[in-house]
Design a protein around this ligand. Structure first.
Ligand SMILES: [Zn+2]
Ligand SMILES: [Zn+2]
Length: 265
């Protein structure tokens, strides 16, 4: 693959909960397929947050995030907040997240999800880092909280974008960017595809969200960063651009959002 085609996986889970063989072979396959950097999401608990940070310390093309996923909001307490605040200040931690609201699964009570979401938006402000937002079936509340917490001051990304154009406009108005995952390649994803065609060159990223939701033609397999190319190629086709253009735009956008820690080479 040509150098200008290198892609950044702006959102992947790499911990041993998903990849029993460890992250190394997964990263090796992705590098082979043209992925030049990885934003490794450290959520699920303190163990996973520490894992992401350790991987980022060890691998020069990996950076980490730490946060409390809305699924786990009920597990949040003062001790976890203190530990995550310390980790979030680390040099290789580029964002706080993923945080947000998930009313599809409702693994934690909605009021708890909202309160914890606000806490971690405030934490991001403290450590002066952007946020990675997870939102599912909770569009209105997510936007309301981002607005009322002045999230534009920290900025961030709506990861695994699966909302409509109206949501996209409001997110961009807040200074956020949108990240497209394998979902954009699915047949019933017309609304998301419309947004991918519409979004301006400086406001989108691509991601795998491994190990979930592998893009077509890998659908049904365990997703991994090596599959990012399929999503990027699909987005390029939607936008009437070359893969190289999409790679270049998304790389610039990732660097602007996550900072120079992502620069490899
Ligand atoms: Zn998510
Ligand atoms: Zn995720």
């Amino acid at each position: 693959m040509l150098a200008e085609n290198v892609l950044i996986d702006s959102h992947c889970h790499l911990d041993p909960n998903y990849f029993k063989e460890g992250a190394e072979p997964v990263l090796a396959r992705a590098r082979q397929s043209g992925v030049s950097a990885f934003v490794c999401i450290g959520v699920g608990g303190l163990v996973e947050a520490r894992y992401a940070c350790a991987l980022a310390a060890q691998e020069r093309d990996v950076v980490a995030t730490v946060g409390v996923h809305p699924h786990d909001a009920a597990q949040n307490d003062a001790a976890l907040e203190t530990a995550l605040t310390e980790l979030a200040a680390g040099e290789r931690v580029v964002a706080v997240g993923e945080i947000g609201l998930d009313y599809h699964y409702d693994h934690s009570p909605r009021d708890t999800q909202k309160a914890v979401f606000r806490r971690y938006l405030q934490l991001a402000r403290e450590v002066e880092k952007p946020v990675v937002i997870h939102t599912r079936n909770a569009a209105a509340d997510t936007l309301d909280i981002l607005e009322s917490e002045n999230a534009r001051d920290v900025g961030g990304v709506i990861h695994c974008f699966s909302e409509d154009l109206a949501f996209a406009r409001r997110a961009l108005d807040l200074g956020f960017v949108l990240s497209f995952s394998g979902i954009v390649t699915f047949k019933r994803a017309e609304a998301i595809q419309e947004v991918a065609r519409w979004v301006s060159a400086d406001s989108y990223l691509v991601e795998t969200d491994s190990p979930y939701l592998a893009p077509i033609p890998k659908r049904g397999k365990q997703n991994e960063p090596a599959f990012l190319l399929h999503t990027a190629a699909f987005v390029a086709e939607l936008r009437g651009q070359s893969l190289g253009q999409v790679a270049s735009e998304t790389t610039q956008n990732a660097l602007r959002l996550f900072g120079k820690q992502l620069v490899v080479g």
